[in-house]
Each structure stands twice: as C-alpha cells, then as structure tokens.
Design a protein around this ligand. Structure first.
Ligand SMILES: C[S@@+](CC[C@H](N)C(=O)[O-])C[C@H]1O[C@@H](n2cnc3c(N)ncnc32)[C@H](O)[C@@H]1O
Length: 276
C-alpha cells in the first residue's frame, strides 16, 4: 500500500487548509447522482487537494470516480513574485523546475488510487495546451487552482465553463473577495500572485477579476469558490456543511489551523468537525 507524503520543504500542502472541508462539501453536493463522477483539477502540485477529492469521493460512496489532473509541473511563477520578499515563490519555482514535485504527485496519486478506489489521470502540460483537448461538458466538477495571474485564471475559468456538464459544479481556490467588492481590480499589477490591499488583506486579484468577469457572483467560503451550471447560466448555491470533514492527510498543524478558523467563527463550519 503506497503512503501519502507531503513534505513541508516542498510547500506540499498549499494554501489555506480551511478550504478543504468546503471542497469535501462540494463533493457531497454531487452524491445524489448515485454514480461515479468525472472531475477535472487544474493545478495539482503535490496532490494535497487531490487527496481531499479522493477521500470525499470514497466517503460519499463514489468509488470508481475519475480525477483528471492538469499541471505542467514546471516553472510558471512570475519574475516579480520570484524576486519578491516572499521566499515561498523562489522555493516553489526551484522545486518545480528541478522536477522534484512531479514524483511527489505521482506517488501521492498512486496512494490516493489505492486508498480511495478512484482513478487519478495525470495530464502534464499547461491548461492552455491540455484543456482544449478535453471533451466539452464532460465533467461533473471542475476545480481551478492553477496559475492565479489574471490572464491565466481568465483562460481557466472561461474554458472551465465549457467543460462542466449541465448540473455540474465549477469551482476553484483563492477567491478572497468578489469583483463587486473590488471594482478597481483591473488597476492592480497582473504579474503578482497575491497583493496586500489596505483594509482588504491578502487578495488574489487575478482570481477576483477572472471569476467576477466570467461568472458574476459565486458561492465563496474561506477562499473556496463554487457555482452550479443550470442550462446556460451558472448560479451560486449553498453547500451542506454536514458533508464537510477534515482530510485524513492533514497533520496536527493543519488541524490546528482549521480548528482556529472554526472556533474564531471565520469558517462557518460545525464545531463537531474538530471535536470528533
Ligand atoms: C497553488 S498550486 C496547486 C495546489 C493544489 N491544488 C493543492 O491544493 O494541493 C498551483 C499549481 O498550478 C500549476 N499551474 C500553474 N500554471 C498552470 C497552468 N497554466 N495550467 C495548469 N496548471 C498550472 C502549478 O504548476 C502548481 O502546481
């Protein structure tokens, strides 16, 4: 049996972990289909989000589902970010360019397949190269967590819309604020992943812009955004928090972060998630 492995020096667990219980709840929203589903993830890094998808599919009785993971596993971070005072970008860029992330993903993908009885399909390349090759309306859930620079995010959201089947979910990571609440989003630099905006905190402005321009208002919980396709439109909907859980691959530190977000009220999730 393969083991999941997320080394800290590879920033293998990416972003704010509080989004994962919401991702699990998004899978819960598909459980009523009563069949295995097809999912697309744009941006997989070492496979931490994929591990949450796999666990949620298993827990919702959707073994046999497929998770297609699109990622170049190569450099994509802007020079501005690499040269910034946030060392994580330089480290991630080195790890990706030196080919050290892909083996981690592959080993985690194998462990997820074994643990959760799902299929993880790796498609190596940028979304601009791979996504046009995928069949339109062929996914029950599309999750976008690739490059957050505006032009890249815009491409991913616009093609993501064409890849979700009617009734399916289009979702993604790192939406802290919706476009209607940041009307001057287009005035910020496009080659910066996350900007600190006075009074707003850290904002992935490229994601705010791309999601707002393509979809208008979406559901948003602790950075996870989601919307459901209804015919030719996408509408926000409410996630059922009873379907949320804390991913098994998280250690004490990630669990403490999630507990803090729930206890402080920043995350509107049941306290039972952390006491159980
Ligand atoms: C924030 S990380 C993803 C983290 C992952 N979803 C998780 O939670 O564990 C962003 C990933 O997007 C990938 N990426 C960057 N640009 C991309 C593009 N144009 N198409 C697909 N993936 C891209 C990067 O290689 C990186 O692995």
């Amino acid at each position: 049996m393969s083991e999941l492995h997320f080394p800290t020096d590879a920033a293998a667990i990416q972003g704010r972990v509080i989004r994962h219980p919401w991702m699990a709840a998004a899978i819960g929203a598909l459980a009523g289909l009563g069949r295995p589903v097809r999912m697309l993830e744009i941006g997989s890094w070492a496979g931490s989000s994929c591990a949450t998808w796999g666990e949620a599919l298993r827990r919702n009785g959707m073994a046999g589902s497929t998770i297609v993971c699109v990622d170049p596993w190569d450099g994509y971070i802007s020079k501005t970010d690499i040269d910034s005072d946030r060392p994580v970008y330089r480290r991630m860029d080195e790890w990706a360019r030196e080919g050290r992330v892909l083996p981690l993903f592959l080993s985690n993908a194998k462990a997820i397949e074994q643990r959760d009885s799902v299929r993880v399909v790796m498609m190596k390349g940028f979304s601009t190269e791979i996504c046009p090759l995928l069949a339109p309306e062929s996914f029950d859930l599309v999750y976008i967590d690739g490059s957050h620079y505006y032009r890249d995010a815009l491409f991913d959201v616009s093609i993501g819309k064409t890849l979700v089947r009617d009734g399916g979910i289009l979702s993604g990571d790192d939406l802290e604020i919706q476009l209607r609440d940041l009307p001057d989003a287009a005035t910020y630099p496009e080659d910066v992943d996350v900007l600190t905006i006075p009074g707003r905190g850290n904002v992935h402005v490229g994601v705010t812009r791309a999601v707002g321009e393509q979809l208008g208002e979406v559901g948003m919980e602790n950075g996870f955004w989601y919307t459901r396709r209804e015919g030719s439109v996408f509408r926000p909907f409410a996630l059922d928090t009873s379907k949320a859980f804390v991913s098994a691959h998280f250690g004490p530190q990630e669990r403490a972060f999630i507990a803090e977000d729930i206890e402080s009220g920043r995350a509107k999730l049941p306290k039972s998630l952390i006491s159980g």
